[in-house]
Design a protein. Structure first.
Length: 334
């Protein structure tokens, strides 16, 4: 009947809509909507800085990034949030804050902050209000301003100026040594300030969805393998080869030579754990394995690499430094 046909069509349309929503949700979860979703919350004091504000808003518009001008509890700051697209709001996806706060200061204002010894107090105030946030202080034309004032003083020492160079370097060093996740950035001019803020906005958007790097992914997912290495794809596909390359100073060609003789971690560990073999035999087990495509003395894996692989794979403490293990710490000191 006509009614049944209409009902089927309605159900079909509903299913198609749900499928479309699910695809959009997957895009959101993978970060493909990140740049459209990130919103920069600009404190009014930042925009009111005539030189910086204009450049900043123009650059945001050029890049098609969203910003709101608002009033923050701590002025001169920029904060960010990830807004949920309207069509995904019904899926109960929560808007999330980005835990990063940036302060923008003109040169003279930043110098006054340092001279009055208020910078550290300011950091403490930010820390108490936003305890888990990364904090960054960005300055505009700071070094040019200081150089200009010093030249004026040098050329005309009798001018009666009471200006004294503020201890900028000492104070910034203190930020680094006394606080965690507190940074600073000096920009040459307003254009560089705007470029930095816009670039930072893009990075903060994408990093919300980036997989957290582990030591294994940093050292073995190709970054430690030379671009011209012939078996690069082979290493990327094999967790066992990745683990071997992640051992410091084990070159990819050595890893491949070990893999060809011992295709799994279990096959190598079964020998390392054999009680009938001496530690000396195990340490030099890999030394004479042949490295393909190499001539001369480098055709062998060698004693140093063989010993390193054995000691690190058989070390009992996971927190000990690899160099210490190689030098005989941990299990081998006893």
């Amino acid at each position: 009947s006509q009614e049944e046909k209409l009902q089927k069509a309605a159900l079909k349309a509903e299913a198609a809509e749900l499928k479309k929503l699910e695809r959009e949700k997957q895009k959101w979860e993978k970060g493909k909507l990140a740049l459209k979703s990130i919103v920069a919350q600009l404190d009014a004091k930042v925009v009111e800085q005539a030189s910086v504000g204009g450049h900043l808003l123009s650059r945001f518009a050029e890049k098609g990034l969203t910003y709101h001008i608002t009033s923050h509890p701590i002025e001169r700051s920029i904060m960010w949030s990830m807004s949920v697209p309207e069509h995904l709001a019904q899926l109960s996806i929560q808007e999330q804050d980005v835990r990063y706060i940036l302060f923008i200061y003109e040169a003279e204002e930043f110098c006054n902050l340092v001279t009055s010894e208020s910078l550290i107090k300011h950091v403490c105030k930010v820390r108490s209000q936003y305890p888990s946030y990364t904090v960054c202080y960005l300055t505009n034309k700071l070094m040019a301003y200081i150089n200009k004032r010093e030249k004026e003083l040098y050329k005309n020492p009798e001018s009666g100026s009471s200006w004294v160079r503020p201890p900028i370097e000492e104070m910034l060093a203190k930020l680094t040594t006394h606080f965690d996740k507190v940074y600073y950035r000096h920009c040459r001019d307003e254009a560089e300030v705007a470029e930095h803020v816009v670039g930072l906005t893009s990075s903060l958007a994408s990093c919300q969805y980036r997989k957290k790097l582990t030591r294994l992914s940093v050292n073995a997912n190709g970054s430690a393998v030379p671009k011209d290495f012939i078996d690069k794809n082979l290493i990327k596909k094999s967790p066992w080869l990745k683990a071997l390359v992640a051992i410091p100073k084990v070159q990819p060609r050595f890893a491949v030579a070990i893999w060809k003789k011992y295709p799994t971690m279990r096959s190598l560990l079964s020998i390392y754990m054999d009680p009938t073999k001496t530690v000396h035999e195990k340490e030099f087990l890999l030394a004479n394995l042949t490295v393909e495509g190499v001539t001369g003395a480098d055709r062998r894996v060698g004693e140093i690499c063989s010993k390193r692989v054995y000691r690190i794979m058989m070390a009992e403490s996971g927190s000990i430094k690899t160099d210490d293990v190689e030098d005989g710490a941990d299990y081998f000191q006893r």
